[in-house]
Design a protein around this ligand. Structure first.
Ligand SMILES: C[S@@+](CC[C@H](N)C(=O)[O-])C[C@H]1O[C@@H](n2cnc3c(N)ncnc32)[C@H](O)[C@@H]1O
Length: 443
């Protein structure tokens, strides 16, 4: 398409002068948290609205430059006729020209889940998935999550040239105030970084609120001198580290955080991957454990294994006579997985690209759990797995579009979906997490 990627106009007057203001009525949901509207027959994907409502929207594309584009993109700036799903936003600072990361904060929580279910169903349908009743795919809340608030245990803050701490706007480099940041875990809100002025050289701040032990603050700056940082008293017992182009320098603590799932503790690099919702690791472990049903003495591969979350669960199932391999591309995460699971003799770790590693295997495996990044597993890995896995593939996904694509590949190879659950692990955003179980056809 010809659409430009320019920043939206900063004032309504500018947008109006450029012919970028339109009155639009949102129809069905589309991917990316937007809704489909139509203007003179052309599809416009509108952000910041809800089904059935009419809004004044600011075009993000220049209508002259994008005159031939198949579709335009727009952002609602004023509600002319509210839809039934609209509620007062849970995060005022996330509205128009506000911070990114809560694009559905103005939609009632049950409606968010209904809309995400519709998007997921449509993606599965479009990918040609046929082995599972698609209408049964419904987004479920995380256990004990009543209001979708206080769930985010990892937050990236941005810092402007004057040291003010906030978050970036949607499609913008501007640093904006986060206000109360109601999606963040209480331990992150307690640090009150919004009222702190960062020293020169701090470009961003990662804050982590783990389930065990103190929170961690990582100050990020290519040229930041760790000696120039003094830790404010208001950060209490938080661990603090500085990350520069040269690596991580812990100022207090050792640059890791501790997460607890059941009885087991996991050490995670403060800036490394861990499930973000405070209930996610526990919930996904429970669901994946149930789905794996790995045979006693059997074999499991935990692909994209991180610091060993699912490998620990698999190890319990196969017992000491079984084998579990955790495959992870990030060297530090893989090292931590080995340390986290060193008491489980049946677990080994491999630091490798997953597809390369699976391609190089000679023998097969009973069960696989895979949890790739948003880009998904891809056709080659899915085809390989359908050949070497003897019983079951449990696919954990945070991106429905790549999941749908990958499931279609497995179906083409004759595999079928026996379960597909979707969880609202990112409330007030359009993102969801899912767990799909694929089984080999009976031979
Ligand atoms: C969504 S996380 C899942 C981690 C783990 N399963 C968990 O729940 O904590 C994806 C992981 O895959 C790793 N990764 C990404 N691309 C990879 C690749 N091509 N090969 C191996 N690991 C990869 C990332 O470093 C990250 O740890």
């Amino acid at each position: 398409m010809n659409a430009t990627d320019s920043e939206p106009e900063r004032t309504v007057e500018d947008a109006a002068a450029q012919g970028r203001l339109l009155s639009l009525t949102a129809e069905r949901p589309a991917a990316g948290g937007t809704f489909v509207a139509r203007h003179e027959g052309r599809v416009v994907f509108v952000r910041g609205t809800a089904p059935g409502e009419t809004v004044t929207a600011r075009l993000l594309d220049d209508p002259e430059q994008a005159a031939d584009a198949r579709f335009w993109r727009a952002e609602a700036i004023d509600v002319l006729e509210a839809g039934v799903d609209r509620v007062p936003s849970v995060w005022a600072e996330a509205g128009v020209d506000g911070v990114g990361g809560a694009e559905w904060a103005h939609i009632a929580l049950p409606a968010q889940r209904r809309i995400a279910s519709e998007v997921m169903q449509e993606l599965l349908q479009r990918a040609g998935v046929t082995s599972y009743p698609i209408e049964d795919v419904q987004v479920e809340p995380a256990t004990h999550d009543m209001d979708g608030l206080g769930w985010r245990t990892r937050v990236r803050f941005a810092v402007d040239a004057d040291g003010a701490v906030g978050m970036r706007g949607w499609r913008s480099h501007e640093v904006r105030s986060v206000g109360e940041n109601p999606l963040a875990a209480q331990a992150i809100r307690d640090l009150d970084l919004g009222s702190w002025t960062a020293p020169e050289g701090v470009e961003a701040i990662d804050v982590v609120a783990p389930s065990a032990g103190p929170p961690a603050v990582v100050l990020i700056g290519r040229e930041l001198d760790p000696a120039s940082v003094s830790i404010p008293d208001s950060w209490g017992d938080a661990d603090v580290a500085v990350r520069t182009a040269q690596g991580l320098t812990p100022l207090r603590g050792d640059g890791t955080v501790t997460e607890r799932v059941g009885e087991r503790l996991f050490t995670v690099a403060a800036t490394g991957f861990w499930q973000v919702h405070r209930r996610a690791a526990e919930l996904l472990t429970e669901v994946v454990s149930g789905d794996l049903a790995a045979p006693r003495g059997g074999s499991v591969w935990d692909l994209y294994g991180g610091v060993g979350l699912f490998a620990a669960a698999a190890a319990e199932q196969v017992g000491q006579d079984g084998s579990v391999v955790s495959v992870e591309g990030n060297r530090r995460a893989s090292q931590l997985a080995a340390e986290n699971l060193e008491d489980l003799r049946q677990v080994s770790t491999a630091t490798a690209d997953v597809t390369d590693w699976v391609r190089a295997r000679r023998g097969g495996v009973d069960v696989v759990v895979l949890d790739p990044p948003r880009s998904g597993a891809g056709a080659e890995l899915m085809e390989l797995l359908t050949k070497v896995v003897r019983e079951r593939i449990v696919y954990v996904s945070c991106e429905p579009s790549t999941l749908a694509r990958d499931l279609a590949v497995a179906e083409k190879a004759g595999w079928g979906i026996v379960d597909l659950r979707v969880f609202d692990l990112f409330p007030h955003t359009h993102h969801v997490e899912s767990v799909t179980v694929l089984e080999r056809p009976l031979r």
